[in-house]
Write a protein that binds this ligand. Structure first.
Ligand code: SF4
Length: 232
């Protein structure tokens, strides 16, 4: 295979460099963390634009398109202006942008407590392990189960978290079987969350107790407080 001439390569390299130093951002806002271990903590959210998945229950479709391409330093300055210790990098699917790993590393370097919410369809290994990587395992009810990247399970640390959004009892049985097969509760905290409007939270609580699963029930705090409003 012949080499690409330098003159033709440079623009591509420049474009790649720009991809790593900028991010397309839907919104940066201050609210309470609604999910997982830091639920209830005042948090700055950095919502990256775009997602390659289309889950049936998605509540952030407004982040699929649009947004504004911004310099990394500019994003970090916006975050710092809130004076908050806990930062959540979310989407869309934040890992779909190459610069996400740089953002997370720089937030960790700056001393923030960082959580990264990801669909589980992309490789989590480039993401700094000082951050808590909150990884979805997509159930059949999501419509995107085939996108699960199973080798992510081998990259989990104690500080990471796994999440299943349960759409019906068949999803619950599937999630319980996956947890047992891979001993997921021995790797990191595992959250079962009822799909909003599809599963009664008290029914999911009963299923967890009846099967004596060592998982945690998660209710989306921000939805109870503010419904589906963007930026909350
Ligand atoms: S991965 Fe998240 S943002 Fe993407 S479609 Fe699914 S729920 Fe929506």
């Amino acid at each position: 295979m012949s080499e690409v001439p330098v003159a033709e390569r440079r623009p591509a390299d420049r474009a790649r460099g720009r991809e790593l130093q900028t991010l397309r951002i839907t919104e940066i806002f201050y609210s309470l963390q609604g999910e997982a271990r830091a639920a209830g903590a005042p948090t700055v959210f950095v919502r990256l634009t775009g997602c390659p998945l289309r889950c049936e229950y998605c509540d952030t479709a407004y982040a699929f398109h649009g947004g504004q391409r911004r310099e990394m330093d500019d994003i970090l300055a916006d975050v710092a202006a809130y004076g908050v210790q806990h930062i959540c990098v979310t989407g869309g699917e934040p890992l779909a942008q190459p610069g996400c790993a740089t953002l997370v590393r720089r937030l960790c370097d700056a001393g923030y407590g960082v959580a990264v919410e990801t669909s589980g369809a992309l490789d989590i290994r480039p993401i700094d392990t000082r951050a808590s990587r909150i990884v979805d395992l997509k159930t059949p009810g999501s419509g995107e189960c085939r996108r699960n990247r199973w080798d992510n399970l081998d990259a989990l640390t104690d500080d990471d978290q796994l999440k299943f959004v349960i759409c019906d009892h068949a999803d619950f049985d599937w999630a319980a079987a996956v947890c047992r097969e891979h001993s997921l509760w021995d790797r990191c905290p595992v959250w079962f969350s009822p799909s909003h409007g599809q599963v009664d939270p008290s029914a999911l609580a009963d299923w967890i107790l009846a099967d004596r699963l060592p998982v945690r029930l998660q209710l989306q705090l921000h939805k109870q407080l503010w419904g589906d409003q963007p930026g909350r």
